[in-house]
Design a protein around this ligand. Structure first.
Ligand code: TXA
Ligand code: MG
Length: 348
């Protein structure tokens, strides 16, 4: 199938273009659309065939559940059986925005959406295009990140095409996404809230509502069954091997220079992905350098683009510096650790 590109300016939404995309969703097709975090691959949540086509297009195992996107808070009742008090408070505080709540599932949605679980993940994104699209389509839409399974999430329509061209009906192009890492996933379906994935809403922000909330990554506990394959390692990965360095600024800078030399001796073409650092010394050492950003926010926004750019420059290995775990830094670290298959090179 030919994938159509539908440009839509989020500040001046063209009704005809939007209707074209909504009609594809209504008839069971697949449309990738922008959110404030990353691009999503959308389909009608109530159409089982369309939901199955989403898994197929991404190459995603049926065991990894999808996030449902809604356009206004009341729509949560169409997909969730109930909204616990804590969930109501969090939704009032953070919706629209990058917080996904895992809630008890309503029986009427296809089991495939939730990979057979009795919960459903729901979020209300802060992006005018997707909210208008959901309203026009008249149904909540499933929306996993619009990348091939295991690959880096897309932050532009071109990234979507790089992964899914000719596998989906259309992609809405509204320019690069703002936040750049995915939503925070919080399970509030049981007695204890559980942070499954750090993301656009920080742990510190959640502490106002859940003071003792911690992030214990499922991938650090090899004996426990991961909550879903989305929680497994080697996710969000570039094609090149990623080596992640963690330690004091000075120690990491020295280790990166050493690492570049070692990889070059092995005959490898080296990329370096830095955050809040100066590229010059690594460029002088002969590496291809991408600076993801001068602040944690801009680094989050540029992270996946940086991985894709280094891949397209053909590097064999990417050396990266782990940012501090505060604010959105926790989400950046999580994505880098997974891209590095869980291996962290600690330097002192
Ligand atoms: O920002 C985002 O959340 C983006 C944009 C497109 O909205 N979406 C996204 O979706 O990242 P996806 O499918 O790439 O990641 C969804 C994550 C997966 O790790 C999945 O395992 C988890 O949410 N998840 C979904 N439903 C769940 C459920 N019922 N219980 C536990 N985890 C769930
Ligand atoms: Mg994803």
């Amino acid at each position: 199938m030919k994938t159509e590109v539908i440009p839509i300016d989020p500040l001046h939404i063209d009704a005809t273009d939007l209707e074209q995309a909504a009609a594809i969703i209504r008839r069971g097709g697949l449309v990738a659309f922008p959110t404030e975090t990353v691009y999503a691959l959308g389909a009608d949540v109530f159409n089982r065939t369309a939901v199955e086509a989403v898994f197929h297009a991404k190459g995603r195992p049926a065991t990894d559940p999808l996030i449902v996107h809604i356009a206004h808070a009341e729509q949560v009742n169409q997909v969730a059986a109930r909204m616990p008090l804590l969930a109501q408070q969090l939704a009032a505080a953070f919706w629209p925005g990058p917080l996904t709540l895992v809630l008890p599932r309503k029986e009427s949605i296809p089991a495939e959406v939730s990979a057979g679980k009795n919960t459903v993940a729901v979020r209300l994104p802060a992006h005018p295009v997707i909210c208008r699209l959901i309203e026009e389509a008249g149904v909540p839409v499933v929306g996993p990140s619009a990348n091939r399974f295991g690959h880096t999430s897309p932050t532009s329509a071109q990234h979507v095409l790089d992964d899914l061209d000719e596998r989906i009906d259309a992609v809405i192009d509204s320019g690069p996404t703002l936040i750049g890492v995915e939503s925070t996933v919080l399970d509030v379906s049981g007695t204890e809230p559980c942070l499954l994935r750090p993301g656009g809403i920080s742990l510190e922000q959640l502490h106002s509502y859940i003071p003792d909330l911690k992030f214990v990554p499922a991938y650090l506990n090899e004996t426990s069954a991961a909550t879903g394959p989305g929680m497994l390692l080697t996710h969000y990965a570039p094609r090149a091997r990623l080596m992640l360095y963690d330690g004091s600024r000075d120690a990491v800078q020295i280790a990166l220079i050493q690492g570049i030399a070692e990889q070059q001796q092995l005959g490898k073409s080296v990329g370096v992905l830095i955050i809040m650092d100066n590229p010059t010394r690594y460029e002088q050492a002969g590496a291809k350098v991408i600076h993801a950003g001068e602040t944690l926010e801009s680094a989050a926004s540029g992270l996946f683009r940086a991985m894709r750019e280094l891949d397209s420059q053909g590097v064999d290995v990417i050396l990266a510096d782990a940012p501090p775990a505060s604010g959105i830094g926790l989400a950046i670290r999580d994505r880098l650790i997974r891209a590095a298959s869980g291996q962290i090179i600690r330097v002192h």
